[in-house]
Design a protein around this ligand. Structure first.
Ligand SMILES: [Zn+2]
Length: 310
C-alpha cells in the first residue's frame, strides 16, 4: 500500500529540470498564454475566499502578462498535468491583484487547500524567499544574477562567478516514546496549550540519526535508540525540510532544559484519546497539516493519520 504524502510535498509537480537550461524554451513557455503564474508578495501567497473555502489564485493570460512584466525574473516551477507554472515575486510592486484575493501566510490556510495547490504555493514561496536573500555573493560580496529559469544565482564578478543554489535547511523532528507513553513538549513560542514532538536543525557533519539523539539529549537529557525514519515534509516557512522519526527513550527519566523548552511531559495512549483530553484549552496537538501531528497519529496507531491530505 502506498503511504500518503505529507502536505506541501511535490509529487504531482514535474519539475522538468532539464528544461531550465533552455532560455528560449523558458521565454516561449512564459509568454505562451497557457502558463500560470503564482504571485508572491513578501512570503505571502494570493488566496481567494470568494467561494467560501480558501483557494489558490493562479494568474493566466492578460493578467499573467501584466504582472509578470513588472518582475525582474520568473521562476520556472515545472508542469502540473502539462500546464507550466512560474513563480513571480511582486513584493513592493503596484499590481491589481488585490481584486483577485488577499495575500496571506500559507500556514493560515494550507490545511484547507487542495493538496496540490498547497504544494505549488509552498514551492513558489520557498523559491522567492531564497531569491530575496541571495542578491549578493556570499564569497566576494558582488551582486548575483538569476540563471537557469530561477534555479541558480551566479556571481557577476568575472573573477568569482560562484554559483549559488536554492537552500533548504534539514531539520529532524521526532516522536520520543517509551513503553505506552510518548513525550510531548512545549516550545517557548508555542501558542498556549499546544504540545508537540521535539525537533531541531541538523548541524554540519551530523547524520539525521545523530541529530535526533543530540537534540533529544539537549532538550530533555534522555538517551534514545531505535531511531526509525517515518516520512518527511517540505516546510518552506521559511526554508526547511522536516525529516520525521520515531525514537525510543531508554527510560522515562527526563530533565527539561529550560533554555530550550518551556515544558515536556509523558502522555499515555489512554491520556491522548480525544475524550480524555482536557477541554479547557490547556492541551492540544499540532496543526493538521504538520508532520508533527502525523508522527503522533502514527504512534497512536492511526497509520495514515485521520487528517492527512492525500
Ligand atoms: Zn562572488
Amino acid at each position: 500500500m502506498q503511504r500518503p504524502r505529507n502536505p506541501y510535498s511535490s509529487a504531482e509537480i514535474d519539475r522538468a529540470s532539464q528544461e531550465r537550461e533552455n532560455d528560449e524554451r523558458m521565454i516561449e513557455l512564459a509568454s505562451s498564454g497557457v502558463a500560470r503564474f503564482v504571485p508572491i508578495d513578501t512570503e505571502r501567497n494570493l488566496i481567494s475566499k470568494a467561494s467560501g473555502n480558501p483557494e489558490a489564485v493562479f494568474l493566466q493570460g492578460m493578467m499573467a502578462r501584466a504582472v509578470a512584466s513588472t518582475a525582474e525574473h520568473h521562476i520556472f516551477l515545472g508542469y502540473v498535468e502539462g500546464t507550466p507554472y512560474f513563480a513571480v515575486d511582486v513584493s513592493g510592486k503596484e499590481t491589481p491583484l488585490g481584486e483577485l484575493g488577499e495575500f496571506v501566510d500559507l500556514r493560515q490556510v494550507g490545511a484547507l487547500l487542495f493538496a496540490r495547490e498547497g504544494s505549488i504555493l509552498a514551492y513558489a514561496r520557498g523559491m522567492t524567499y531564497w531569491h530575496r536573500r541571495h542578491r549578493f555573493c556570499g564569497v566576494c560580496g558582488s551582486p548575483t544574477k538569476v540563471i537557469r529559469a530561477g534555479h541558480v544565482r551566479v556571481c557577476t564578478n568575472e573573477s568569482c562567478k560562484t554559483e549559488h543554489f536554492p537552500r533548504t535547511d534539514p531539520a529532524v523532528i521526532m516522536l520520543v516514546h517509551h513503553g505506552d507513553k510518548c513525550l510531548l513538549g512545549r516550545g517557548k513560542q508555542f501558542p498556549r496549550g499546544m504540545h508537540s514532538t521535539l525537533a531541531g536543525f541538523v548541524e554540519p557533519g551530523e547524520s539525521f540519526e545523530d541529530a535526533v539523539a543530540r537534540e533529544v539529549y539537549e532538550e530533555v537529557k534522555a538517551r534514545v535508540h531505535n531511531v526509525t525514519y517515518r516520512s518527511s515534509q517540505p516546510w518552506p516557512f521559511p526554508a526547511s525540510v522536516m525529516i520525521g522519526f520515531h525514537a525510543e527513550a531508554e527510560s522515562l527519566e527526563i530533565e527539561v532544559n529550560q533554555d530550550e523548552l518551556a515544558s515536556a511531559r509523558w502522555m499515555s495512549r489512554e491520556e491522548l484519546r480525544p475524550e480524555n483530553l482536557p477541554k479547557d484549552g490547556s492541551f492540544f496537538m499540532p496543526r493538521r497539516d504538520s508532520i508533527a501531528r502525523r508522527l503522533i497519529e502514527e504512534w497512536l496507531g492511526h497509520e495514515a493519520g485521520p487528517s492527512i491530505a492525500g
